[in-house]
Ligand binder design. Structure first.
Ligand SMILES: [Zn+2]
Ligand SMILES: [Zn+2]
Length: 73
């Protein structure tokens, strides 16, 4: 049996699924995370590293802020 995660809408087998939360384990981890350790990765074309902004703890990607990230907030 497969479920569709309410968060990422990925189809996941029920062994990877928390039926109470209706979220896959990946999204559950992300929803339980405060995302306190978001890191901005500036693009490095010479190293083929794309610009990215994500949480170090759970790996969730966030929209890249227009301005430089303000770590004081
Ligand atoms: Zn999910
Ligand atoms: Zn996080």
């Amino acid at each position: 049996m497969e479920w569709t995660c309410s968060e990422c809408e990925q189809r996941v087998p029920d062994t990877l699924f928390d039926t109470d939360e209706r979220m896959c384990h990946e999204c559950l981890d992300q929803s339980n995370c405060d995302h306190d350790n978001k890191v901005y990765q500036p693009s490095e074309p010479e190293n083929k590293v794309p610009e990215d902004y994500n949480c170090e703890d759970c790996g969730k990607s966030f929209e890249i802020p227009d301005e430089e990230v303000d770590y004081e907030r």
